[in-house]
Ligand binder design. Sequence first.
Ligand code: HEC
Length: 90
Amino acid sequence: MLFLPLLPPPVVAAPPPLPGQLLFQQNCVRCHGANGRKGANGAHDLTKSNLNGFGRTYLVMNGMGKMPAFGKKLSAAQVQQVVAYSLTLK
Ligand code: HEC
């Protein structure tokens, strides 16, 4: 008798959403838009930004022009997460 093991299909776990994505939706989308391109209130297009993580962290902590500072609102870890997420917007 032929034994055919029924292998369960490989479980491919969906990648967990980046923690920064939620923070981005809560804090940044109103100006930058979900894809980073909205440009409300004179916000810069994040997909075209040349700023690296270091520069973005500084800007998010301290604000610039019409962009509010998030240094008091978000923890340092949250700023890192939201900046990491912003770097994935291309
Ligand atoms: C009230 C609107 C507003 C909100 C909310 C906001 N931004 Fe901005 N953002 C701006 C504006 C305006 C600029 C341009 C600042 C300037 O150069 O004067 C900017 C610029 C930036 C830049 C620099 C882009 C570049 O290279 O020029 C980054 C990065 C950025 N924002 C990230 C974020 C992140 C991350 C958040 C959420 C934590 C956020 N912003 C929330 C308005 C906003």
